[in-house]
Design a protein around this ligand. Sequence first.
Ligand code: CUA
Length: 342
Amino acid sequence: MEEAPRSKKRHLLLAFAVLLLPLALAGCAESTSPQAWFGRPESDFARILQGLFDRIILIATIVFVVVEGILFIALFRFRRRPGQGLPSQTHGNTQLEIGWTIVPAVALAFVAVPTVRAIFETYHPDTTNTVKVQVIGHQWWWEFRYPDLGIVTANEPHFPVGQKATLTIESADVIHGFWIPGLGGKRDAIPTRVNELWWTPEKTGEYYGQCTQLCATSHANMRIRAFVDDQNGWNAWVNAMKSANGSQPAPDVQRGYQLFTTNACVGCHTIQGTPANGQVGPNLTRFGARTTFGAGLYQNTQENVTSWILDPQAAKPGNKMPNLHLSEEDASAIAAYLRSLK
Ligand code: CUA
């Protein structure tokens, strides 16, 4: 008598879960900070990986269909029928055993040969005439250094279209994973080690990336937004970065500049041309030219930057920036100054 209501309850729960599913999946499509996704290769490196992926998926699909097909045929054809006795018992079949050893070995060879080829193709790039970028993973943001150009920035690297970039991947603390699927990757950022990566971007645009190694509290908030510029855009970016001087603020953001350079901000952040030369947090040179901040978490708006400064821990749990207990007015002035650095 108890059975009926209980199973009804279970069905209701199931229906509820199914109804909630679209809501849960909708979370994946959040538009303010899109997640990285593969399947749209836009560089030579990414194409090598995508080609390998497509090939292995094809082989795996063929194996799946054949194996499951044979299984289903066997289940239906040889099922027990009413009045049937025990079927004849057999043991050992040399032909069959040789067959099911050779066929998987051949299938694996079709996977192994292109895989090994791709490993060799994607290692140890030739670095002559390339854009050199030093990538350093931090808890929880990415530092990008262009040693030949004297440029340092955070979370939003730029690359010129059609020119090969060679990257070295390092970590300042724990293991991170550097991955911008549209351009290539991924490579882990491992303390005391230097990994290599390279790519030649084929198309201008924005490319999203994501840390792929669980690196504690804000791992999910450690994103990358890479920009591939045309030659003019790239030259303009390089020149603006090199000539950036944050110590000449416009009159209306003068107060923000004073607050920034007289508070603890300068101990952790660098702004080119100012007394701020801290190395703990992201370099804020030309911060106003970035579309997002907090490692791709927030749109770079006056409101968002102000609330970050007012309570950094609420904005991104676990990050190293302390709450300076500034008034809303002061935080807003600092935000205005930072956003004026274009
Ligand atoms: Cu860095 Cu996960």
